[in-house]
Ligand binder design. Structure first.
Ligand code: FE2
Ligand code: FE2
Length: 213
């Protein structure tokens, strides 16, 4: 509820704010009157604060998501077959703990309290992860393939989010916050690449040799 109100507010004041999965944020479009009175390359205070509010709301969303992911990673690690996949998930669990601290630091820099707001997208993606664990047999490569696919869906969601939010932070001249978000973005991208490498190294091949039930 809270998000809808704030989002609407942000939209009405700065229509056209766009972020993309590639992390490129477009500048905020304001009407001609506002643009004329704004300093070149700078946003008006009014727009800055509505965009800052929007950024804070989105940070609450990803703060919820990261905490939920932490629980999801534990289940995935316990369910994985190969030691390499277990180790990769464990490494990312540790990174996720640090990512949560970075978000808390970002809230602090923005003079906000770290608050979680339910992120329906991650709830759905993690639910799918639970389902693949139920649908595949423990101790098989097929189970690992399913875990890798489910985990990469999580990583892609995070990459889209952190890329967009880092650009949003930069748009409102918060380089300090942008840097924190970009540190996490780099880890999410590395994790995605590592998961692909694990899949193409042996796991996919091993799963292909497993008989159908
Ligand atoms: Fe993360
Ligand atoms: Fe991640």
């Amino acid at each position: 509820m809270e998000k809808k109100t704030t989002t609407k507010k942000a939209d009405s004041k700065s229509t056209g704010t766009k972020t993309s999965t590639s992390g490129k944020a477009k500048s905020v479009k304001t009407d001609n009157k506002k643009s004329a009175s704004a300093k070149k390359g700078k946003l008006k205070d009014e727009d800055e604060s509505s965009l800052k509010d929007f950024l804070c709301e989105e940070l609450k969303d990803i703060y919820y998501a990261e905490n939920a992911i932490l629980k999801g990673l534990t289940k995935m690690k316990d369910g994985a077959t190969s030691d390499k996949l277990k180790k990769a998930i464990e490494l990312h669990y540790n990174q996720t703990e640090v990512q949560i601290s970075r978000l808390e630091e970002a809230f602090k820099l923005l003079d906000k309290k770290p608050v979680k707001k339910k992120c329906e997208a991650i709830v759905g993606i993690l639910k799918e992860g639970d389902e693949v664990l139920k649908d595949t047999e423990k101790g098989t490569f097929t189970r690992d393939v399913a875990i890798i696919i489910a985990s990469q869906k999580v990583e892609h969601y995070e990459i889209a989010t952190y890329g967009s939010l880092a650009e949003l932070a930069r748009t409102i001249d918060r380089e300090d916050v942008a840097k924190l978000l970009e540190s996490t973005l780099a880890e999410e991208k590395d994790t995605d690449v590592s998961l692909t490498e694990l899949a193409t190294d042996k796991i996919n091949e091993g799963a292909a040799k497993e008989p159908a039930e």
